[in-house]
Write a protein that binds this ligand. Sequence first.
Ligand SMILES: Cc1cc2nc3c(=O)[nH]c(=O)nc-3n(C[C@H](O)[C@H](O)[C@H](O)COP(=O)(O)OP(=O)(O)OC[C@H]3O[C@@H](n4cnc5c(N)ncnc54)[C@H](O)[C@@H]3O)c2cc1C
Ligand SMILES: *[C@@H]1O[C@H](CO)[C@@H](O)[C@H](O)[C@H]1NC(C)=O
Ligand SMILES: *[C@@H]1O[C@H](CO)[C@@H](O)[C@H](O)[C@H]1NC(C)=O
Ligand SMILES: *[C@@H]1O[C@H](CO)[C@@H](O)[C@H](O)[C@H]1NC(C)=O
Ligand SMILES: *[C@@H]1O[C@H](CO)[C@@H](O)[C@H](O)[C@H]1NC(C)=O
Ligand SMILES: *[C@@H]1O[C@H](CO)[C@@H](O)[C@H](O)[C@H]1NC(C)=O
Ligand SMILES: *[C@@H]1O[C@H](CO)[C@@H](O)[C@H](O)[C@H]1NC(C)=O
Ligand SMILES: *[C@@H]1O[C@H](CO)[C@@H](O)[C@H](O)[C@H]1NC(C)=O
Ligand SMILES: *[C@@H]1O[C@H](CO)[C@@H](O)[C@H](O)[C@H]1NC(C)=O
Ligand SMILES: *[C@@H]1O[C@H](CO)[C@@H](O)[C@H](O)[C@H]1NC(C)=O
Length: 519
Amino acid sequence: MAKFCMLLILLIAVCSTSASSKSAKSEDGEGLLSCLHASGLTNVTTVSSSASEFYSLLNFSAQNLRFTETQTPRPYVIIIPESQSQLEQSVVCSIQRGWEVRVRSGGHSYEGLSYTSDVPFVLIDLLKLNKIKVDVKSKTAWVQTGATLGEVYSAIANSSPNLAFPAGVCHTVGSGGHIAGGGLSFLSRKYGLAADNVLDALLINASGKVMDKNTMGKDVFWALRGGGGGSWGVVYAWKLQLVSVPTILTAFTVLKTGADNVTEAVHRWQYVGPQMEEDIFMRVQFFGIKVNNSTTIRASFHGIYLGRQTELVTKMGKIFPELGMVAAHCKEMKWIETIGNFDSINVSQMTNRYYTNKVFFKIKSDFGKKPLTKAALRGLWSIMEEEVSAYAIFSPLGGIMNMIPSTALPFPQRKGTLFDVQYKVTWTNKSEDDHYIEWMRKLHKYMKPYVSHSPRASYVNYLDLDLGSAFNGSASVEKARAWGDKYFHHNYNRLVRAKTQVDPMNYFRNSQSIPPLAN
Ligand SMILES: Cc1cc2nc3c(=O)[nH]c(=O)nc-3n(C[C@H](O)[C@H](O)[C@H](O)COP(=O)(O)OP(=O)(O)OC[C@H]3O[C@@H](n4cnc5c(N)ncnc54)[C@H](O)[C@@H]3O)c2cc1C
Ligand SMILES: *[C@@H]1O[C@H](CO)[C@@H](O)[C@H](O)[C@H]1NC(C)=O
Ligand SMILES: *[C@@H]1O[C@H](CO)[C@@H](O)[C@H](O)[C@H]1NC(C)=O
Ligand SMILES: *[C@@H]1O[C@H](CO)[C@@H](O)[C@H](O)[C@H]1NC(C)=O
Ligand SMILES: *[C@@H]1O[C@H](CO)[C@@H](O)[C@H](O)[C@H]1NC(C)=O
Ligand SMILES: *[C@@H]1O[C@H](CO)[C@@H](O)[C@H](O)[C@H]1NC(C)=O
Ligand SMILES: *[C@@H]1O[C@H](CO)[C@@H](O)[C@H](O)[C@H]1NC(C)=O
Ligand SMILES: *[C@@H]1O[C@H](CO)[C@@H](O)[C@H](O)[C@H]1NC(C)=O
Ligand SMILES: *[C@@H]1O[C@H](CO)[C@@H](O)[C@H](O)[C@H]1NC(C)=O
Ligand SMILES: *[C@@H]1O[C@H](CO)[C@@H](O)[C@H](O)[C@H]1NC(C)=O
């Protein structure tokens, strides 16, 4: 119900903007609004911070409640372009008038970087740039970057039961930010990152010039696909390579409970999960649960098989008998239904843009290069049991990820990486921020000996400002290496070169963007 109300509020907000943009005009010392409203052709919708609908619109795609507090810096105005020319105009007017720009697609940035800033800024919200054109014959799609993954998946599934796109599970994640940061998924072992399947992109620079992969240059097209959103300009649309899936595939979930059971199964998983054939993806999520006043650990082994259930059960009996998978753990369904299955929604909800389970959260990430010992795993359980609102997920790489060179795109974790780890803790009361963030830092510290080092790597789509940050978005190339090295390792220098080429004046920046070389 809540999401329908939000949609209604949003519609009212968008319909009533003419009155609000007028009322803001007096604050607009530098003529941003008159620039935006300069011609009938590019009369862009704006919602100023004094408008009554401003906060519902700002909150709508703000996905971490830590950054929706009244003390969070808010944009001077929210701009809602509805066409390529309106987007160009939005960028040009904002930058010419001296405003810093934040671009928001799905708003899932873990540190709220798409809708907050430490300097005065405007928010360009892409939520109305969500059109998708699927071409079944060539197995491609053009996707405006405001489209959510759910909207993309829905459009693909409506076009063909045998096509898919390898990107994340959460339906409200934006294609704008997700693909820009790489995009790991249940199909990564078979088809690589979302970014590995981008054929072309339309990028708008600070002068409003639109470039495609040929005109932007090789380094820039490389940087867009995994170097993280926010540094290069505004991507208006992606051209995606769609991938083949069977009409019916199998989703499965096997639970293990108690430290002994979980330790045995997870320990073994580390040896088999990343080595399985590419048609199987099995990740493991673990969390503390309360049973009769005491807390224990539970693990959920789940994923998909690009084939039928009986085959999967037979295969698992051979490669991972310790798991004890039986038919009852499996369910056959269409690819689009597997997304809904692991996102706890049904397919009719796939295109809802409002995320209903908003909480306060802190996330960190790691990459596993070698299996953890049983003792190390038991130590992890005992920390996880302290906070039952936390979980960690080990997701296998391997498969085609081992075949793609580590310099092919900015994402460097290819051959030699067994799995990625995401740690998440959630809470519901602002006053508990410090407690949970400190706990997450403790957990991350505990894991140090067991994961990648030199550098201890992180994933840019699991953004973490603890790695360092630039005040006002202007860090030197050396300072930004603090996070650039962890997200991109040996690819960082090429990202700096791409940045220097495409945005030498550093118009597109945030607390963890890639800086240009000083000129
Ligand atoms: C519930 C949940 C599940 C997730 N699952 C996965 C997963 O399975 N795999 C995975 O890899 N990641 C996953 N993520 C992480 C997700 O991929 C990142 O948070 C991603 O950056 C979010 O993209 P967005 O468009 O929603 O976010 P936004 O906050 O809108 O954007 C993120 C960054 O990209 C910039 N940006 C957005 N659009 C554009 C554009 N058009 N042009 C230029 N810059 C742009 C923003 O300014 C910001 O800096 C998940 C996140 C959540 C919350
Ligand atoms: C553009 O829209 C604004 C408000 O939305 C309105 O005041 C203005 O007259 C419009 N301008 C043109 C040229 O249509
Ligand atoms: C936006 O979110 C903030 C913080 O959660 C809340 O205080 C405010 O009431 C919300 N505003 C709207 C209009 O939903
Ligand atoms: C945008 O791209 C055009 C064409 O390459 C170029 O002439 C212009 O200088 C660029 N603008 C900025 C601000 O870099
Ligand atoms: C561990 O697994 C066994 C076999 O499935 C089960 O009988 C036992 O109850 C499990 N232990 C806990 C603590 O759940
Ligand atoms: C849990 O603890 C409460 C309070 O200490 C006690 O009253 C209750 O009986 C306990 N329940 C179980 C199942 O042990
Ligand atoms: C929890 O407590 C109830 C009631 O005391 C008991 O019946 C049940 O077996 C206990 N469960 C576990 C997992 O210990
Ligand atoms: C999908 O879920 C929603 C909310 O739980 C429910 O109202 C709706 O009937 C469901 N639709 C289908 C097709 O199952
Ligand atoms: C949030 O925490 C504060 C301080 O611990 C407490 O006073 C307040 O009641 C809590 N609010 C809610 C909604 O739980
Ligand atoms: C940060 O930006 C603000 C506002 O634009 C400016 O006043 C301040 O000097 C900047 N600080 C630094 C360290 O660049």
